[in-house]
Ligand binder design. Structure first.
Ligand code: TYD
Length: 222
């Protein structure tokens, strides 16, 4: 991993619906804070005005006619703007960036689950990011049934028919993530998110600690 050209660390969180990314974000942020490392927390798609606008287009429930390649291009466009406007300037200042979702979401959702192809989606994203990859990625691996049940419980309702119709898709997303994780074993840390949230958080913090130690000389020189 080559971090010599940059200052802050770029850390991303990935996972399917209900995998616990939000809780994990808070836990990792706490760790960075306790180490006195400057950081920002952000998310995709969104994080800045133009990308939030694209997010509206992408996630609007009325936009049922959206073509899957249009969808992939819009995610890549939102990613580009967010990267240029928010992520790169922060990294350049020595600020660590914690980002909820990044390129691996596109590879798993658009590339694999929607069936465009991981290499095809990778190539439009290589254009969008000019080859910028995270330094470290946590992928929270959870069965779609578990994730869905967590979401339903949070909303105080049972899993309904529509949720179950989507189950097939979420299985494909998980399979996609597992393939992407196998493509980047150095960068992507897979965490079993079926476990209790405290255990999941403990594991992720431990990995982040190790990672920070590895790069402490690098960081303290900036
Ligand atoms: P969001 O409400 O932020 O979901 P979550 O809390 O699960 O992150 O919605 C983001 C949705 O967009 C989510 O369903 C995953 C999807 N997505 C993609 O399909 N491709 C992408 O590249 C990204 C960043 C997100």
């Amino acid at each position: 991993m080559n971090t010599a050209h940059k200052k802050g660390l770029f850390i991303t969180l990935e996972g399917g619906e209900g995998s616990g990314k939000t809780t994990m974000m808070q836990q990792l942020a706490e760790l960075l804070e306790s180490r006195g490392l400057p950081y920002i927390a952000t998310r995709e798609p969104g994080g800045i005005r133009i990308a939030e606008g694209i997010r509206e287009l992408l996630l609007h429930p009325d936009h049922t006619e959206m073509d899957i390649r249009t969808e992939a291009l819009l995610y890549a466009a939102a990613r580009r703007q967010h990267l240029v406007e928010k992520v790169e300037p922060a990294l350049a200042q020595g600020t660590t960036v914690l980002c909820d979702r990044f390129i691996d979401s596109s590879l798993a959702y658009q590339g694999y689950a929607r069936g465009i192809g991981i290499p095809e989606v990778l190539s439009i994203n290589a254009f969008a990011t000019e080859g910028r990859f995270p330094d470290l990625t946590f992928y929270l691996d959870v069965k779609p049934e578990t994730g869905l049940a967590r979401i339903a419980a949070g909303r105080g309702r049972e899993v309904n028919r529509l949720d179950l119709e989507a189950l097939q898709f979420h299985h494909k997303v998980r399979e996609g993530y597992q393939r992407v994780a196998a493509m980047y074993p150095q960068r992507i840390v897979m965490i079993d998110a079926e476990k209790r949230p405290e255990e999941v958080a403990r594991q992720a913090k431990e990995r982040l600690s190790m990672f920070l130690q590895e790069f402490s000389t690098d960081l303290s020189n900036k």
